[in-house]
Design a binder for this molecule. Structure first.
Ligand SMILES: Cc1cc2nc3c(=O)[nH]c(=O)nc-3n(C[C@H](O)[C@H](O)[C@H](O)COP(=O)(O)OP(=O)(O)OC[C@H]3O[C@@H](n4cnc5c(N)ncnc54)[C@H](O)[C@@H]3O)c2cc1C
Length: 699
């Protein structure tokens, strides 16, 4: 886009320089005067359209803009008047074309195969299209420079002058677009964004990308959030689901990270209590185990100091007897003592969706099921995985928040340089729910920490932390991880859980900075690496934690778009975080303050008050809610990442059939209409998540 003066534009237009349709240049408002009387417009006024029909030249002159400016508009504000002029201009042009077509037909002139009427209609449609493109461009320009008018050259070299005062019209377009994408809950239609400019594009809708998009949108930055799959389809639905400072990181001296994480923990406990709840943890010390009670007492004391004024109680020492009472099932043989300390548990996928919803609510466009496949000077290339169509987006800043895929995207964007990311794999097993709310964080003889974390719908056991190259796509835990975790449980618990107790399993890949040293000692802080690309700058995120997503996003946006003042996200609750705490209602724990939306659905259709299936607690209304308000697109999105259950979705065919029938009625996008294919896709995704847990004899 170049800055030119109208005189210059008029000159080049007279010279008939061809330029692509939709290409626009911004004029200097001080040199311009009234839009309809500028020199460029004089060129436009003298333009004649000619059609050759049946060997005879038929001519008609386009009505000039000055002629069509109705006097009754004079009293309107200038901007509004310009918008009206533009509309009027197009209306008159179309009417003119239709009239000449009718004249030809009345004169009985031979009309060629494509027909003049067709051509008039085509011209009319083209005008309509141009107008839409123009409004989109105007809208983009207004965000940045507030120009007064846009000069645009057409195919034939003529010049169209459009005032940016079509703001009212642009707003109308935006309102319509918003209404349309509101219907989808979260996902925008990629076609509507094709060839549009934005301040920022964030690739990857895991927790980091969603939080960065939220931060940007709440600061008024025009941002698009993109994911090749669903929100939270990657590591952000495969973590240990802890919102914690990371006691073990103290050992490696990462005090800054621990302090930041503890403060964010406090913020999350207050701002989304339905998603982040306090978690008492027992840390036992066995004679044959690892960890020093003295060092850990010091560590938990420091942990409490770093947390500052926290709502969670301070750590305290427990006798072996009290430890066994606090965590029933703990092995008592060889148990010396324990420490009770507090952290918090969350639902990672829901936390990520809440961030994406907040971003959307603040004005971000969210494109799920769109993969970024590359980029050049003209934009970022996306493929819509639902339709196969390609879309180009432009933004000077692109954030690469693809987690363990960060180097793949750098390669696709043709960034030269060494890999930035090193991946490690962490596996979890899910056992049936336990009574009590206390978790276990215990040192194994090899010095690693194992967690046993009770959730309402299952008990999470993990994790391994093994260096591993991420294969083509994320896979589930290999048999070696399953064996390791079961062995760890045998060490910690009596009676020990058996293979057949395992209900579900999954593995997640961390992206850590490349470099020497054991993965456990590596800094879990997140870093940003800025690199030049033809479009502008690619900011690659390396590392990071679920817990610190908000504070990290605040730093990223402040670095890219320097602003004063604290971030709005510091105080604002996430969607669902507002309203009274209805802790006795199961539904509130799943939806928080947004539970009212689910209740409204129960009123809309009383059959939706029923459970979707007898094996999971979800109501039919919650599936409708997932599709209408939570941005689920495919059947698998709905069943895996909206109706989130620690033991995975129920895979009984009759239950899935019920859910699919409702899905078909409520889906927003034309996907998964075939029951068998939809079920196969869901089962496949679940099978991949479970990894080799089934191969070792677990049903
Ligand atoms: C086993 C494990 C346990 C953990 N436990 C905890 C914990 O208890 N507490 C904590 O605070 N942190 C924890 N973490 C860390 C935390 O989970 C991760 O740091 C975080 O989830 C990473 O999020 P992300 O957004 O960077 O990546 P991801 O969640 O992986 O998101 C990346 C997204 O990018 C998308 N993508 C990739 N390529 C493209 C492309 N070309 N175009 C479009 N989209 C693309 C993917 O589909 C994916 O959705 C854990 C990590 C692991 C591995």
């Amino acid at each position: 886009m170049h800055e030119v003066r109208p005189e210059h534009t008029a000159h080049t237009a007279q010279a008939g320089t061809a330029q692509r349709i939709g290409e626009s240049v911004v004029g200097d408002p001080l040199q311009c005067g009234e839009v309809h009387s500028g020199p460029a417009e004089q060129v436009r006024r003298g333009r004649e359209l000619g059609h050759r029909v049946g060997g005879r030249q038929v001519e008609h002159t386009t009505t000039s803009r000055a002629q069509v400016l109705p006097h009754h508009l004079d009293h309107l504000p200038l901007r509004r008047r310009r918008a009206e002029v533009l509309y009027e201009q197009q209306r008159v042009e179309r009417a003119e074309a239709r009239r000449s077509a009718r004249r030809l037909e009345a004169d009985d002139l031979p009309v060629p195969a494509d027909g003049l009427t067709d051509r008039a209609e085509a011209a009319s449609a083209a005008a309509e299209r141009e107008h839409t493109i123009l409004l989109a461009q105007v809208e983009q320009l207004q965000r940045r420079v507030e120009p007064r008018f846009v000069v645009r050259r057409r195919h034939d070299g003529s010049v169209a002058v459009a005032s940016c005062a079509v703001r009212a019209a642009a707003k109308k377009v935006e309102r319509t677009r918003r209404r349309r994408h509101d219907r989808s809950g979260l996902r925008s239609d990629p076609r509507e964004l094709d060839r549009t400019n934005h301040d920022l594009v964030v690739v990857g809708a895991g927790i980091q990308g969603a939080a960065i998009a939220r931060e940007a949108a709440e600061r008024g930055i025009a941002v698009v959030l993109i994911d090749s799959r669903d929100v939270a389809a990657g590591t952000s639905s495969r973590s240990s689901r802890l919102v914690h400072g990371g006691l073990r990181y103290l050992k490696h001296g990462h005090y800054g990270l621990v302090r930041e994480a503890l403060h964010e923990r406090e913020r999350l406990l207050r701002s989304c209590p339905h998603l982040v709840r306090p978690l008492p943890m027992v840390m036992p010390f066995f004679r044959d185990g690892g960890g020093s009670p003295l060092a850990m007492r010091l560590g938990t004391w420091l942990y409490g100091r770093l947390a500052g004024r926290s709502t969670l109680p301070r750590a305290r020492r427990l006798s072996a007897h009290d430890a066994a009472a606090a965590f029933p099932g703990l092995r008592t043989e060889g148990l010396r003592e324990a420490i009770l300390f507090f952290d918090a548990a969350t639902q990672d996928a829901r936390l990520t969706v809440a961030n994406a919803l907040a971003a959307k609510k603040a004005g971000a466009h969210v494109l799920t099921h769109c993969a970024v496949v590359g980029g050049g000077g003209d934009g970022l290339y996306l493929v819509d995985n639902l339709t196969g169509s390609t879309v180009v987006l432009r933004a000077h800043h692109v954030v690469n928040a693809t987690g363990p895929r960060a180097d793949d995207l750098r390669r696709a964007m043709r960034v030269a340089g060494e890999p930035l990311v090193h991946t490690t794999r962490g596996s979890h097993l899910v056992l049936p729910p336990r009574s009590g709310e206390t978790a276990l964080a215990a040192f194994l003889p090899d010095g690693r920490i194992q967690f046993v974390i009770p959730h309402r719908d299952g008990t999470l056991c993990g994790t391994t932390d093994v260096d591993d190259e991420l294969p083509g796509d994320e896979t589930g835990p290999p048999a070696a991880d399953v064996d390791y975790l079961l062995e760890a449980l045998r060490f910690l618990m009596a009676p020990a859980p058996q293979r057949e107790d395992v209900r579900f399993a999954y593995a997640g890949w961390r992206s850590l900075p490349t470099g020497a040293g054991p993965s456990g000692a590596k800094n879990r802080e997140a870093f940003v690496v800025a690199e030049g690309i033809p479009l502008g700058t690619l900011h690659t995120i390396v590392g990071g934690k679920l817990t610190t997503h908000r504070s990290f996003a605040e730093r990223v946006i402040a670095a890219i778009f320097p602003t004063d003042g604290p971030s709005p996200t510091r105080m604002r609750p996430l969607p669902g975080g507002e309203g009274p705490r209805e802790v006795t209602d199961e539904l509130w724990w799943r939806h928080g303050g947004r539970v009212s939306l689910v209740r409204d659905l129960c009123d809309e259709d009383t059959t939706w008050r029923e459970r979707l299936c007898p094996h999971r607690p979800f109501l039919a209304a919650e599936l409708v809610h997932a599709l209408r308000h939570d941005g689920a697109v495919t059947f698998a999105d709905s069943m895996l990442r909206r109706l989130v259950h620690s033991q995975g979705p129920c895979l009984e065919k009759s239950c899935l059939r019920n859910a699919h029938t409702l899905f078909l009625r409520e889906r927003r996008w034309t996907v998964d209409f075939d029951f068998d294919a939809a079920i196969a896709a869901l089962r496949q995704e679940v099978a991949v998540m479970r990894g080799e847990v089934d191969a070792v004899g677990v049903s």
